[in-house]
Write a protein that binds this ligand. Structure first.
Ligand SMILES: C[S@@+](CC[C@H](N)C(=O)[O-])C[C@H]1O[C@@H](n2cnc3c(N)ncnc32)[C@H](O)[C@@H]1O
Length: 214
């Protein structure tokens, strides 16, 4: 069995997910302004771009913008004229992301919604149904975000949720801290939902992926 590791991650990144100046800048600016370095990895970004492309996404939602890194990847997978609504609670994060989207030439494709996702998602219903929803915010909110996503994507639409591995702890029998338990419960919720076809893409910290069947 091949064990996925840093070397293979680098191999994929070098082949398929090299960062252009806009992606590099979004990470650099985030660092310069003191944002936490908790953006997704390049090969995870490429995967999101592919998911958007696979479902011919024209309308997408991201929950958890940070400095705009993942948003750039997703927006690049949208069809011409497509739109990504990205929701961010912290005004400072949203401001930095907005600047990165403009610098990447994506300002017309991405709209940043500033506020708590719990408050903003109900209002986003009117622009749906969506083709793709990416969840990457606080873990306690995942069940609510997932349930909103299932209700608001079309059949054939895709939901992706980051950190499905919780740093590898979900599969470690001795681990029972609250975040790991939360993520195990979340993964189980997706696995048990017969309206969806789900799995976990095992690069980076794991991305749960679900396609809506009915
Ligand atoms: C892991 S980071 C997102 C990383 C980003 N997706 C990327 O890869 O570039 C999580 C972000 O979600 C935001 N966040 C956390 N809880 C939130 C909530 N309830 N509503 C909206 N945003 C939230 C945080 O402020 C943070 O910027």
């Amino acid at each position: 069995m091949t064990i996925y590791n840093e070397q293979l991650s680098q191999y994929i990144t070098n082949l398929f997910a090299k960062e252009d100046p806009a992606l590099q800048r979004s990470k650099e600016e985030s660092r310069n302004y003191g944002l936490p370095g908790i953006n997704i990895q390049p090969e995870e970004g490429r995967f999101l771009q592919i998911l958007a492309s696979i479902c011919s996404a024209k309308k997408a939602v991201e929950i958890g913008t940070l400095g705009g890194y993942s948003g750039i990847w997703i927006a690049r997978g949208l069809r011409p004229g497509g739109k990504l609504y990205t929701v961010e609670r912290e005004a400072k994060h949203a401001e930095i992301a907005q600047a990165q989207f403009a610098a990447a030439g994506l300002h017309e494709k991405i709209e940043v919604k500033v506020g708590d996702a719990h408050d903003l998602l109900p209002g986003l219903r009117e622009f749906g149904p969506y083709d793709l929803v990416f969840i990457d915010a606080e873990k306690s909110g995942y069940p609510m975000y997932f349930s909103w996503a299932v209700e608001n994507i079309r059949i054939g639409g895709i939901i992706a949720a980051h950190n499905a591995f919780q740093g590898g702890k979900v599969a470690a029998p001795g681990e029972s801290d609250p975040q790991t338990t939360q993520m195990r419960n979340f993964n189980q919720l997706a696995a048990d939902d017969h309206r969806l076809l789900s799995t976990i893409y095992p690069a980076g910290d794991g991305t749960l992926v679900a396609v809506k069947l009915a």
